[in-house]
Design a protein around this ligand. Structure first.
Ligand SMILES: [Zn+2]
Length: 264
């Protein structure tokens, strides 16, 4: 029995098979892209080896000094049907739901309002759907979600990647907790969630469409759709949630960068 040792051998084999059968539907480049999408997995977990495998110049990488401060806000589950093959399995869930209320609509509204506040503060904001560009780089990345847990639990929680190569996540998380709690009056739940630590957009060791690991990144679960108090807040007080997130991001940037005007 022969073992296929490399992706290029596999591409050649598949191409010849498809052509031998008279099916000229896909060409070699398409097959190659297809394989890259379904198999981009140099390492299973975050590690320094994985990091240097994907980003050989990681240690010497520096943020371009003339680039304006850029804030990325991801709308959790938005346009999930457009995810590439490597992430297609995530499209099945589609986010939390309560009756006709969909998590994605809540996320979208909060994200847009937070973006508006940050733009008024003078920052450049990019709103992102589920699919983010390959090795996406920004000064902050915040992904907005709402969970649907135990009905008796009220509160918000958040977390960043399993390994923080930005070395700024603690500060980002702290600023967000303070400001979100003060704007919404909601309780912070100190939870560590594996789902958050290995969130696909953080997981550059497994997927291509992820943040560059020096991007400070947090995923926030803004409230529990199954809890009555949180549901009311998630329905009627999204402006306060948005303000909390925007102020948290601004507080973080003021600690770690200069103000946006300095780049003009
Ligand atoms: Zn979600």
């Amino acid at each position: 029995m022969t073992t296929i040792t490399s992706a290029s051998t596999l591409v050649l084999l598949l191409t010849s098979l498809i052509h031998a059968n008279g099916l000229n539907l896909i060409n070699q480049t398409q097959i190659k892209n297809f394989l890259q999408e379904i198999y981009y997995q140099p390492y299973q977990e975050f590690s320094r080896d994985a990091l240097l495998f994907r980003y050989p110049n990681f240690d010497s990488w520096k943020r371009p000094a003339d680039k304006p401060i850029t804030i990325a806000i991801q709308v959790g589950h938005l346009m999930i049907d457009q995810l590439p093959l490597e992430l297609r399995q995530l499209a099945q869930g589609g986010g939390a739901r309560r009756g006709t209320l969909k998590e994605v609509d809540i996320n979208n509204d909060i994200a847009k309002q937070a973006a508006r506040v940050l733009t008024q503060y003078g920052y450049k904001v990019e709103l992102l759907p589920s699919l983010i560009p390959d090795s996406y780089n920004a000064d902050v990345f915040v992904s907005i979600h709402a969970n649907a847990g135990d009905a008796n639990t009220s509160g918000f929680f958040m977390g960043g990647p399993a390994v923080d190569y930005s070395e700024k996540n603690k500060s980002l998380k702290w600023s967000l907790i303070q400001e979100y709690a003060s704007s919404t009056g909601m309780m912070y739940l100190d939870r560590t969630s594996e789902n958050i630590k290995f969130y696909y957009a953080f997981n550059w060791s497994k997927f291509k469409h992820t943040i560059f690991p020096k991007t400070p990144a947090i995923l926030i679960e803004t409230g529990n759709m199954n809890n009555l108090n949180d549901l009311i807040a998630l329905t009627l007080h999204r402006d306060r949630m948005a303000e909390g997130i925007a102020n948290g991001i601004r507080a973080f940037l003021q600690q770690t960068h200069t103000s946006p005007e300095d780049f003009e």
